[in-house]
Design a protein around this ligand. Structure first.
Ligand code: GRG
Length: 306
């Protein structure tokens, strides 16, 4: 599928994303413990961290994986919320003084600035714990099979853990100040950023009962999507608009991090992102027009502003 054929309906696609994001936010509000529930401090901090203007890409992927497998999105609501909570916990901890020491995220002071460092650590812990509670809650969905749910929980735990996102974060922290080679940078980001996208899309598909060949195609798509997303993240950190990103640009340079841009330069980085988006489209060859949303999402990522 040629890239330009898919560029056509940008306006409509943005509206579609907006509606899906609003749906995710309604689900999150329903399934997070209320902000004023006892003990209110931790629940208020969890709400502060979760309702921060994020794009909600990972839950959107859970829903999309499920729908492509023939399930109703209502069947995977709590799993979709779980992926966003894991993502949010990772951001709260990533912003801590001991990690990236960032004071702003999405135009608002970070969790530890508002609630203090100890409470921000606990907020991340509580979000991660709540995520696995909500994953298990997905057993209440009438059509989800217990064996598929256990498989999905295993996938999510592996993606978030020491051989997934946390492993990537450790490599990232270890690499500060070092000039990484391309393959190390690629490995680091496939763990830190790619694994959770893969878990999100395949979780929805697994819960829907999709065949393994379809799940493998979605896994491939999400791995390439993660790469494209990370490269554009690096590009935005250099050339993005601070107001749209919601934090000062140049944080990678501030933290002496190797990035695709520092390693390859702007032009080659953009070209690599484009190749990754083409790989996304190839992976979707397994599906017909029902996967057009994912095709457009990959293209949209290439031109994203935040
Ligand atoms: C602390 C365990 C632990 C992990 C941290 C994900 C991560 C690992 C750190 C986030 C830092 C970062 C800039 C990662 C690169 C790409 C990325 C995951 C960006 C944030 O994701 P978005 O843009 O966030 O989907 P929103 O704000 O839209 O929810």
């Amino acid at each position: 599928m040629g890239l330009c054929i898919m560029i056509i309906n940008t306006e409509k696609f943005r509206d579609e994303i907006k509606q899906r994001k609003e749906y995710v936010e309604r689900c999150l509000l329903e399934f997070l413990p209320p902000a004023d529930s006892y003990p209110a401090l931790i629940h208020e901090a969890m709400h502060y961290a979760v309702f921060n203007g994020g794009k909600r890409l990972r839950p959107i992927m859970v829903f999309e994986g499920a729908v492509l497998g023939g399930a109703d999105k209502e069947e995977v609501i709590t799993a979709a919320c779980a992926l966003e909570l894991i993502h949010t916990y990772s951001l709260v901890h990533d912003d801590l003084p001991a990690m990236d020491n960032d004071e702003m995220r999405r135009g608002k002071p970070t969790c530890h600035i508002v609630y203090g460092e100890a409470n921000a650590i606990l907020t991340g812990d509580a979000l991660l714990t709540a995520a696995f509670y909500l994953l298990a809650e997905n057993l209440k969905a009438p059509k989800v099979k217990a064996e598929n749910l256990v498989r999905a929980i295993r996938v999510v735990a592996a993606a978030a853990g020491s051989q997934g996102m946390i492993g990537g974060q450790v490599l990232d922290l270890q690499s500060e100040g070092l000039a990484l080679d391309f393959s190390t940078l690629r490995k680091l980001h496939s763990l830190k950023t790619g694994q959770l996208f893969r878990a999100a899309l395949t979780t929805g598909a697994i819960l829907s009962g999709m065949k393994d060949s379809g799940i493998a195609a979605l896994d491939k798509y999400a791995a390439s999507f993660g790469l494209a997303f990370q490269i554009t993240d690096d590009i935005l950190d250099v050339a993005g608009n601070q107001d749209l990103i919601g934090k000062p640009i140049g944080s990678d340079a501030k933290n002496h991090k190797s990035t695709y841009v520092s390693l390859l330069g702007m032009e080659k980085s953009y070209r690599l992102a484009r190749v990754a988006v083409e790989s996304c489209q190839e992976a979707l060859g397994y599906f017909g027009p029902e996967a057009d949303f994912l095709r457009q999402l990959a293209l949209h990522t290439l031109n994203r502003k935040n």
